[in-house]
Design a protein around this ligand. Structure first.
Ligand code: CP
Length: 347
């Protein structure tokens, strides 16, 4: 007898829990290799049956609070839609605008413009919501990740990092699902290119580091290309490289975009800040020819970007509007992976 959708969903969630009992998704490495694959299986079940799951409402009566200190189109919408489809209630909170301006430092005399300390805010929100989800990159280059780490410390509820200075784990999970789709189920041993591309703003490394984590967890032959002065965070690269022994992933760092992209299953473009941020504008202008165009995509299968993307700066119109662009299904994969995390914690 074919198992029902409910049975398949419960069994898939049970597989996640066998590998991952944690209640913090901070950088995306927490579920480990098997736990991540199990999460992707839950996401695939959700993706293939989302209307039926919407009717099942498996998380009826639950609540998720999403606190956004920064703007969002995809993350906010996909979280709210996934929560609603699962039957739970989503509360959108705009950090510092619709809520009280929050204090994160210890021992502060709060007679300035901060009105509420995270030490109260995080447990109060945890008393209402079954999951907290926080986007906080206002201190974008703050390696200490003050905001999300404070929530991790003081929240009693499970916590999803919706993007901080060094990590965007839900984007990483969606990218894994997208790359696995491109590879016909997985991308183990397949060449994935992550290339720096020009951007006028000195953006944090959250997305490129999450792409690296996703590619290593999935066992890719990962090629990371960037000009001199744009190296990814050495400590984070070292940490994720520890997983390569388990997955068979290979990592090549290069200054040559052409060799990185040649024959790649996916070319993932992203802009990030120069290591010396004072020099970002000058260096980004100097490397204007790193914009991903038809030449870089000639022998590659697909183009990926997390969005939003600056047309004809990061990537040309012809690539983005062309048949190799997979950015829309990539963005669509945000909903099922986030649903998978919430179901794995709350079902
Ligand atoms: N990729 C992504 O996180 O998009 P938003 O910033 O619009 O949420």
């Amino acid at each position: 007898m074919t198992p029902t959708l409910e049975t398949r969903l419960y069994e898939a969630v049970a597989r996640v829990r066998r590998h991952w009992r944690g209640t913090r998704l901070m950088d995306g490495l927490e579920p480990g290799v098997e736990g991540t694959q199990a999460l992707l299986d839950v996401a695939r079940i959700y993706r293939a049956n989302r209307l039926e799951i919407g009717r099942m409402r498996p998380l009826l009566g639950r609540a998720v609070a999403g606190l956004f200190f920064d703007p969002s189109l995809r993350t906010h919408t996909s979280m709210e839609v996934a929560t609603g489809r699962c039957g739970a209630h989503f509360v959108y909170l705009q950090g510092g605008e619709g809520t009280w301006k929050m204090e994160f430092d210890d021992g502060v005399v709060m007679n300035g413009n901060t009105a509420e300390h995270v030490k109260e805010a995080a447990p109060v929100l945890s008393s209402y919501a079954d999951i907290l989800a926080v986007r906080a990159f206002p201190r974008a280059h703050n390696r200490d990740e003050t905001v999300i780490r404070a929530f991790a410390k003081y929240a009693g509820a499970p916590l999803i990092n919706l993007e901080s200075a060094l990590a965007h784990p839900c984007q990483g999970l969606a990218d894994m699902l997208t790359m696995a789709d491109l590879g016909g189920g997985n991308f183990q041993g397949r060449k994935i290119a992550l290339t720096w591309a020009p951007h006028p703003k000195p953006l944090p490394q959250a997305v490129p580091l999450s792409v690296v984590r996703a590619a290593i967890l999935g066992g890719a032959d990962l090629h990371v290309a960037c000009p001199e002065g744009f190296d990814l965070d050495a400590e984070e690269m070292e940490r994720v490289h520890g997983f390569a022994a388990d997955t068979g992933a290979k990592l090549t760092l290069t200054r040559d975009q052409a060799s990185a992209t040649e024959g790649a299953l996916a070319v993932y473009a992203k802009g990030w800040a120069a290591n010396d941020r004072e020099q970002h504008a000058e260096l980004a202008a100097r490397y204007g020819d790193w914009t991903v165009g038809d030449a870089a995509m000639k022998s590659a299968t697909a183009f990926l970007h997390c969005l939003p993307v600056r047309r004809n700066v990061i990537v040309t119109d012809s690539v983005l509007d062309g048949p190799k662009s997979r950015v829309i299904p990539q963005a669509a994969n945000r909903e099922p992976v986030q649903a998978a995390v919430m179901l794995s914690w709350l079902l």
